[in-house]
Design a protein around this ligand. Structure first.
Ligand code: NDP
Length: 252
């Protein structure tokens, strides 16, 4: 069928650009109602307008995922306005690479606040809805955007890689508890995707390195990753694609 996600209620964080925006559009095109969260309200409003114009249903959630109360309130809003969430794409993240000895401790903290604490806030807010959806007999998915940085040894990536290793391993452990309740838990580990991610790097050398890498090979597009996330959600309920690595063909 062309709309395998009809009846699903999705939440996508980091949906104001890149992978999150493409994922929200793809899930909506496949029939899901989609709540989209990030800080930039204008981008979210534009995304909601595009999804609505294409015949879908979407709700903007302008919020900072590091604000636990705001995320909890948003979970209530989703349940009230769209219905119980059964597909959570925990995707908001930031990559601020730099050499350790530069002691960019503010950048370290930002990555931990967003990539770890932010992801845990979203998890805490939506796990009850996911478990209830699974108990009601439907599919339920908790999908987290990790990275190949979770396992690779990449210079200057230390704190970022640490946060992504946390997410990949956390997902394995969460699967044990939630899988038993028929909630699927998945981590997706992309290689290089052409998004705004490198724009936030504050270290000029690291910035140059990222730009060079992006120039040298044909990267993934956000739509490539979105298609993979949609696939994870669309397979039969007893099938859990627990960890997926997706790389540009030419990336080593
Ligand atoms: P983008 O920078 O385009 O997207 C990041 C998203 O996170 C934006 O929507 C941003 O929106 C949102 N965000 C940032 N801070 C917050 C916050 N405090 N609260 C809520 N939302 C926030 O990059 P990508 O699409 O590439 O990144 C998405 C995920 O993919 C990240 O987790 C990243 O680590 C991961 N990834 C990316 C790869 C790549 O090569 N691009 C490779 C592997 C993994 P706003 O600023 O409006 O809040």
């Amino acid at each position: 069928a062309g709309t395998p996600l009809t009846g699903r209620v999705a939440v996508v964080t980091g949906a104001s650009s890149g992978i999150g925006a493409a994922t929200a559009e793809r899930l909506a095109a496949l029939g899901a109602k989609v709540a989209v969260a990030a800080r930039r309200k204008d981008n979210l409003d534009g995304l909601v307008a595009r999804i609505t114009a294409a015949g879908g249903t979407a709700l903007a959630l302008p919020l900072d995922v590091t604000d636990r109360d705001a995320v909890a309130a948003a979970a209530g809003q989703v349940a009230d306005q769209l219905g119980r969430a059964d597909l959570v794409v925990n995707n908001a993240g930031v990559q601020l690479i730099s050499p350790i000895e530069d002691l960019k401790v503010d950048d370290w903290q930002r990555q931990i606040d967003l990539n770890v604490t932010g992801v845990m806030n979203v998890l805490a807010a939506f796990v009850p809805q996911l478990v209830a959806a699974a108990a009601a007999g439907g599919p339920a998915d908790l999908i987290t955007t990790s990275s190949i940085a979770a396992t690779r040894i990449l210079e200057r990536f230390s704190v970022y890689s640490g946060t992504k290793a946390y997410l990949s391993h956390f997902s394995r452990l969460a699967r044990v508890e939630l899988g038993r309740k028929m909630v699927r838990v998945s981590a997706i580990e992309p290689g290089m995707v052409d998004t705004e991610l490198p724009d936030h790097v504050t270290d000029p050398d690291a910035s140059k390195l990222m730009a060079g890498l992006l120039r040298d090979i044909e990267c993934l597009s956000p739509a490539d990753v979105a298609e993979t996330i949609a696939f994870i959600a669309a397979v039969p309920r007893h099938v859990n694609l627990s960890e997926i690595t997706i790389l540009p063909t030419a990336q080593a």
